[in-house]
Write a protein that binds this ligand. Structure first.
Ligand SMILES: CC(C)(COP(=O)(O)OP(=O)(O)OC[C@H]1O[C@@H](n2cnc3c(N)ncnc32)[C@H](O)[C@@H]1OP(=O)(O)O)[C@@H](O)C(=O)NCCC(=O)NCCS
Length: 193
């Protein structure tokens, strides 16, 4: 397995595919169609916020990271309106924005983490998190943070094993139902470095 910082051109499409296959439930219903979410990500996903795990030509996993300085997806209001349409944006954006996390100066935030289904359970997720912590330290960050939904106990178990603690829990019910979310609670987790 090789770790790559950034997204080489040949991995851009597979990375968007992996993102939406693994975590699309959070954004595709709000955008109405998967193709709209693909368009938005293709325009707004920033290479500098990504770490990939690859094996030759195969994408095994990826992480998207936000700091005070850079974001994994830099989508403005006009981008959202362009891909989701004006009327859909009016009612979905405030709900999506409730999941947005403003990143503090001392913090490195894992905006997304996904491992390709046939590579799961083989240590790829663990390796990506170790790489994220290494990068966070080199950027002089004091903590790594993330959010995990209540329908994803496997991911939460992994984070707890690696030393993350839940410091806040948010409710996304009932308003999350409006954008098709099946989860009801979101844990905000932190690991101090
Ligand atoms: C969560 C995810 C990133 C974990 O990646 P992974 O590469 O499968 O995880 P690893 O192989 O590094 O496993 C690390 C730990 O995860 C847990 N784990 C792994 N496979 C598991 C399985 N089949 N069932 C339950 N827990 C499992 C174990 O706690 C494991 O610890 P161990 O190595 O001491 O046994 C991956 O399952 C995934 O992409 N899921 C879909 C997207 C997602 O949920 N992303 C996280 C959003 S917050």
């Amino acid at each position: 397995m090789e770790i790559i910082h950034g997204i080489p051109h040949q991995f851009r499409k597979p990375a968007i595919g992996l993102f939406l296959d693994a975590l699309g439930e959070k954004i595709v219903p709000a955008m109405g169609k998967r193709s709209r979410a693909e368009g938005l990500l293709d325009k707004c996903m920033k290479s500098e916020g990504c770490i990939l795990a690859v094996d030759g030509k195969n994408l095994l996993g990826m992480a998207g990271l936000n700091s005070k300085e850079t974001s994994f997806v830099e989508a403005g209001l006009s981008d959202f309106i362009r891909f989701a349409g004006f009327f859909r944006s009016v009612w979905t954006l405030p709900i999506l924005a409730s999941m947005e996390h403003p990143t503090a100066t001392d913090e490195y935030y894992i905006d997304m983490l996904a491992v390709s289904p046939n590579a799961r359970g083989k240590g790829v997720g663990r390796t990506l998190i170790a790489e994220i912590e290494k990068r966070a330290r080199s950027l002089k960050k004091k903590r790594v943070t993330l959010q995990v939904v209540d329908t994803n106990p496997r991911a939460k178990k992994l984070y707890e094993k690696l030393g993350f603690c839940t410091i806040k829990t948010y409710n996304t019910y009932p308003w999350g139902l409006m954008v098709g979310w099946t989860f009801r609670k979101v844990d905000f987790m932190e690991k101090r470095l």
